[in-house]
Design a protein around this ligand. Sequence first.
Ligand code: MLT
Length: 398
Amino acid sequence: MAFVNQNYCNLKESYLFSQIAHKVAEFTAAHPEKKIIKMGIGDVTLPLAPAVIEAMQKAVAEMGVKETFRGYGPEQGYDFLHQAIAKYYASFGVEVASDEIFISDGAKSDCGNMTDIFSNDNVILIPDPVYPVYLDTNVMCGRKIIYMQGKPENDFLPMPDDSVKADIIYLCSPNNPTGAVYTKEQLEKWVAYALKNDAVILYDAAYEAFVSDPSIPRSIFAVEGAKKCAIELCSLSKTAGFTGTRCGYTIVPHDLVRKTKDGQEMSLNKMWLRRQTTKFNGVPYIIQRGAEAVFSEEGQKQCREMLAFYKENARIMAEALTKKGIKFYGGTHSPYIWLECPNGMGSWEFFDYLLEKLAVVGTPGAGFGSMGEGYFRLTAFGSRENTIEAMERIEKGL
Ligand code: MLT
């Protein structure tokens, strides 16, 4: 008899964003006349940068010619892309070696797959509220999970507590869902905690490109000692509009070494390479050429324009919420605005209210954890027209 993974019984019925999509589909079917404005899942709306399209078109043409056609590529990605990423990191003062960079189809996949190289006996420390993938992928493995609370008193930036013993720590900065950002001093404290406890930090930097203050780290590796205790996951989804194109990367430093339960020292870089070469066949050449173009001078200029567009949306949203006297966080170094639900409403209650009365979709804070109850997330990834219209509806209708 084939038994299934019992840990799945401990998951919520469905993944947060599927649950929201389902509710929105039901509402649309019942009210086809209503124009729904979606500010829920952080999906981009601007098209890919011209430099990316040009590079992909060139790669498509290469694939049609015998001499330049490519079959299987290196599972961990082509070196041209490793080098482009290493140069990008160097531009904000962080040195990473080409063979510490692994190309993938996005940070979400790497986040889930990363559970493969760690023992299920580890104690996992995750923030609450949190991007649900960190939680669900560890629930699937049956691991012990402990939480650290994000709340207004700590600006939604939980800090290490020496009385708590954790083996794997998930951090995300700029944060999804709250938009909060760790300073260098705060990350230094996390690195010190991880080094002291032989723990590993899984650092999600998917929103690093939204950081505009040079004193705020865009990578955990800006902190001394982090290469001995951290893995960084990053994605081109938000930086370059790759949500549908799919490309991300993970940096596993050579200095990161931990032991098996029987005391054998292992290089995590080698383990990840072993995992990827066995279970993954790499990102398509055409996509990797498009990704390489993101890091070119032209690509960077065009992507920065996109980010500036989304940031202006966030400014418009912040202005409207301020006018309404609604308290919020984020929106400066982040595409997310995390607001307190007005009139003491619960997160899902506010979700229903916005959908049914104003036809605006957001994400209920409670979907990111119990500390998110009473909060709500809006994204700045919409079109300008929709962002303005949604905020007008909120201004008038609340
Ligand atoms: C979100 O809305 O939290 C993100 O878009 C989800 C993701 O990046 O997978």
